[in-house]
Ligand binder design. Structure first.
Ligand code: HXC
Length: 510
């Protein structure tokens, strides 16, 4: 018996070594942690239960029958994050570059199936070179199984991917179908094909960083939702995100103890809006002053900064925030901002997270670049996402709500449940200058007349009251009481029920 126990311990110790001491050293040398070290940091201390430690590949080609490593390049199992169950798999770059074999894929799909069965989030830690080249189609088949499960689980359980090393092929496509992707700066890359293949096919010379580094994917491509300086920071932030997320699409948002008075007033908000309507102010200040304990987890912080998306809490319960940012492009809606916010709104709606919208938007961005780039289709994504949402929607217009953008940003007409405006709100088809130049074109040469017409237009339309007179705005509120108003609205809306006709699924403009 003792022998058997010792043999088990030996086999475990061997499996824990993955690709061996030398490769672990190399992994550390590149500033990366090993798969197991990452899992230790991600999960509550001592909570990890491992599955399939002894699984090996079954390939015999290219001498692979002589190269078997227990675990086969991925560590899988489950544990807890602040007491809540999560499933996890971590690619082990020290074993065949973390590449995916048929057996490796079966370990991942087992965890995906478990996570779905238990309706708990799944987190994948990626550091891998895609399909195991020696296995050919068996590896491609394995990816297909993983992809299919990503899609079936989408909208049922949160799926989070953390890119922690060079990732290619299937190791970027599977993350691409999950809800959130985070990267580690200077050490992680995502590309469908690496720099060598790019050079062969297109004759372009690029570095891994230029092709698919964290900067590219958080600022240009929008593939990634955030980037962190190192493995430790990335894993701690994923723990923080998990605390905001429901376990699944039925459970509802988690409720954490909050010591921040929901009725807290903030007098500084009464002077947030500058006298000059063309002067910017920081919308993040409003978000931070409204959420519990100023704790806000921003999603896609570095992409399309003219709109802000992220999670906060009110009375300890998670809320999704969408807010125009007047500091960037005057908060205008363009294609990138629309896509970014649409995806966020759909995530919140799928997981029953109420959405609070702060609005200060001068309209959609005009120009050929936007029109050729499909602004109509991308803008429609956001309009579609808000219109189909059935979660509680609370909107506060702080300043401009012009044109189509007024309708899009969770207006009453498309489903806003509680729509407030600050006294500084201007709800109109367009700004006064543009409006007067169109409807009084004949007077353009006469400066005095134009000034009088502009004043007239401003007095009539540049306020929240025309909309409030029609009931499009439920109440004009004091800025200092915004948190209290939102908290009360969300409490009232907590058990909101909305009926929609049956459909297989919608046809959002993709
Ligand atoms: C088998 C692989 C591998 C792979 C890496 N390795 N990728 N083994 N299959 N796909 C092995 C290497 O041989 C090496 O083994 C070890 O992992 C470390 O790799 P290095 O190249 O030394 O590391 P690095 O220089 O950091 O480069 C990492 C890399 C590069 C960028 C990931 O290895 C790479 O480009 N790999 C191939 C990527 C690829 O084309 N994959 C197939 C994609 S197709 P030794 O023994 O020397 O340490 C795919 C299909 C999915 O995934 C379908 C999607 C829709």
């Amino acid at each position: 018996m003792k022998d058997m126990l010792e043999r088990l311990e030996e086999r475990r110790a061997q499996a824990r070594l993955g690709g061996g001491e030398k490769r672990i050293e190399a992994q550390h040398g590149r500033g990366k942690l090993t798969a197991r070290e990452r899992i230790e940091l991600l999960l509550d201390k001592g909570s990890f239960e491992e599955f399939d430690m002894f699984v090996e590949h079954r390939s015999t080609d290219f001498g692979m029958d002589k190269a078997k490593i227990p675990g086969d390049g991925v560590v899988t199992g489950w544990g807890t994050v602040n007491g809540r169950t999560v499933f996890v798999f971590a690619k082990d770059f020290t074993v065949f570059g973390g590449s995916l074999s048929e057996a490796h894929a079966q370990k991942i799909t087992k965890i995906q199936d478990m996570a779905l069965k238990m309706r708990a989030p799944i987190i994948g830690l990626f550091d891998a070179g895609g399909a195991r080249i020696q296995e050919g189609v068996a590896a491609l088949g394995g990816y297909g199984e993983v992809f299919k499960r990503n899609v079936i689980a989408s909208g049922v359980i949160p799926q989070i991917s953390v890119i922690m090393g060079p990732c290619a092929g299937g190791d970027v496509y599977s993350p691409a179908m999950t809800d959130f992707i985070f990267m580690v700066r200077d050490r992680s890359y995502m590309f469908v094909t690496g720099p060598d293949v790019v050079k062969t096919v297109t004759n372009e010379t690029v570095t891994s960083e230029e092709l698919g580094g964290a900067k590219v994917h958080t600022t240009k491509s929008s593939v990634a939702d955030g980037a962190y300086d190192n493995d430790v920071e990335a894993l701690l932030q994923v723990r923080r995100l998990i605390d905001f997320l429901p376990a699944n699409n039925m459970d509802g948002v988690p409720e954490l103890p909050s010591f921040d008075d929901p009725a807290r007033v903030d007098d500084s908000l009464d002077t947030l809006i500058p006298e000059n309507p063309n002067k910017p102010y920081d919308m993040k200040e409003l978000i931070l002053k409204v959420v519990d304990e100023a704790d806000f987890f921003e999603i896609q912080e570095s992409y399309a900064k003219n709109i802000i998306t992220g999670f906060g809490r009110i009375e300890g319960r998670t809320v999704g925030f969408v807010a125009n940012q007047p500091m960037v492009l005057a908060g205008v809606l363009d294609s990138d901002a629309s896509r970014k916010a649409a995806r966020f709104v759909r995530f919140c709606d799928a997981f029953n997270i109420p959405i609070v919208t702060f609005e200060d938007v001068p309209g959609f961005l005009p120009g050929t670049a936007q029109e050729y780039g499909g602004l109509i289709k991308h803008g429609a994504k956001l309009l579609f996402a808000y219109s189909e949402a059935t979660v509680p929607l609370v909107t506060v217009i702080t300043r401009k709500a012009f044109g189509g953008a007024y309708d899009v940003m969770a207006s009453k007409h498309i489903g806003g449940d509680v729509n407030y405006a600050w006294p500084t709100a201007q709800i109109a088809v367009m700004g006064a200058k543009g409006a007067v130049e169109i409807i009084f074109r004949q007077d353009i040469g006469d400066q005095e007349k134009i000034a009088a017409r502009t004043k007239e237009y401003e007095d009539r339309f540049m306020s929240p009251f025309v909309a409030a007179e029609r009931g499009y705005i439920d109440e004009v509120i004091m800025p200092h009481s915004t948190r209290r108003r939102i908290a009360r609205a969300l409490a009232m809306l907590r058990h909101k029920e909305t009926e929609r006709p049956w459909k297989k699924h919608d046809n959002i403009p993709l």
